[in-house]
Design a binder for this molecule. Structure first.
Ligand code: CTP
Ligand code: CA
Length: 224
């Protein structure tokens, strides 16, 4: 019997992945969040693990099982996600940001439930911007290979290309929403310095495996 030993594509590599939405508290019973099932990020974690990588998945509030062999850190807010990611990012080879991070949080979170005052008036909630986790990782001196995601409702190529340049990352993955949100299938547009290529419509695990192959290929010819 001739046995071929095929080394796994991401053997020895460490991947850090964010997934899901974040939740920004207004008071103990209310908050602001984004639409995100977390399915794409979890599929990428699984595919990367299958490809031999050591995978850490930083997940916002989602209802998904942890892929086998993946280390999972659960967080709620964008700030908690930032704190879980930034210090450990330089120890990783790849950072994949799939999370739908809330762009703003209430400037102050009330300690107790905000009550109606009976006047019919609604409270106004002052908001403040959350730090950009992906751009912050990409700005590190010792940065991993950074992959961003861009869900857009229109002009996908333009918006995603602009985002890639603005965040100074080598690769961004675009998808058109919100029709795809929460679904098990999707199509992806990969954009790097050399142009754009579509990964045609497929289930998210197949897309994730294809994306992992694309990332592995780029790691071996590191141009960022
Ligand atoms: N991202 C992040 N931290 C944030 C906002 C976004 O890490 N505070 C990451 C997302 O995980 C994604 C990429 O940045 O990989 C693009 O997110 P997106 O929301 O599309 O871009 P923004 O820069 O927030 O622009 P906008 O929402 O205005 O389109
Ligand atoms: Ca955003």
């Amino acid at each position: 019997v001739i046995a071929f030993f095929q080394p796994k594509l991401l053997a020895g590599k460490k991947l850090l992945i964010t997934a899901g939405p974040t939740f920004e508290a207004i008071d103990p019973v209310r908050g602001i969040t984004n639409l995100s099932s977390g399915k794409m990020g979890f599929a990428i974690a699984r595919a990367a693990r299958e490809a031999g990588a050591e995978v850490t998945l930083v997940a916002g509030p989602v209802h998904l099982p942890t892929p086998r062999g993946v280390r999972r850190i659960d967080v709620q807010s964008a700030q908690q996600m930032f704190d879980a990611v930034l210090p450990s990012a330089p120890r990783h080879d790849v950072f994949v940001a799939t999370a739908a991070v809330a762009d703003w949080r209430p400037a102050m979170s009330a300690e107790h439930k905000i009550k109606k005052d009976g006047s019919g008036a609604a409270p106004s909630i002052a908001m403040t911007e959350n730090a950009d986790i992906l751009a912050s990782v990409a700005a590190l001196k010792d940065r991993p290979y950074c992959v961003g995601f861009a869900a857009e409702s229109q002009d996908l190529l333009k918006h995603a290309s602009d985002k890639r340049l603005r965040k100074n990352i080598p690769l961004i993955v675009g998808n058109l929403g919100p029709a795809t949100f929460g679904r098990d299938d999707n199509a992806l547009l990969l954009i790097d310095a050399s142009g754009a290529r579509e990964i045609p419509h497929n289930d998210k695990l197949s897309l994730a495996r294809e994306l992992v192959r694309e990332i592995a290929a780029r790691l071996s010819t590191q141009v960022s």
